[in-house]
Design a protein around this ligand. Sequence first.
Ligand code: S3P
Length: 198
Amino acid sequence: MSNLNTQRNDYKRVPCDQSKTKKYKHMKKIVLLGYMGSGKSTIGLKLSKKMGLKFIDLDDFIAEKEKLSISAIFDQKGEAHFRTLEKDYLKEVLKIKEDCVIALGGGTPTIEGAFELLHEYAITFYLKASKEALSENLKPKRAKRPILSKLDDAMLLDFVELHLNQRMEYYEKADFKILTDDKKNKEIVKEIKLKLTM
Ligand code: S3P
């Protein structure tokens, strides 16, 4: 069952496992992507500890550099400005010399040109969760996410469904897809590590 749950994503440019493994041999960065609430930061931190690598959360990196929270950037400068910053800082973290694990923001893969950069510098994992699991995870964590902060419980599931569908084509470009529903963090980390050592 667990083998079926860890599906290889048949991304066109990288047609088989062998080339992915080859790619990893020279790989400097492991990138986790997926919708808000999919566990990118939690899993990323755990994975980095297991692998003895530095961990970078792109949102935290942006907030630190700009000396403003993500919500404050959205409020004061608008989403378009945030996306410009997000792309610039994505480039910066991907070019750091050290190997590391990076958790993206939920919208990072949808920025024009982001996937070209990701495929050049990183091996990418999509943490794929159902809309039900995402909206449950997000219920207590809406406040610091400007896109969700004004939604009430009743609106959240419908919003997540629609928004996730709009973003799916980008997320699905990841090198690997890990289904996360009903799995413990430990299992998810193990699955990612297995993919990396294949
Ligand atoms: C966003 C996701 C957030 C953050 C910002 C926008 C998005 O990151 O970058 O609030 O557009 O999905 P998380 O996915 O870490 O919550």
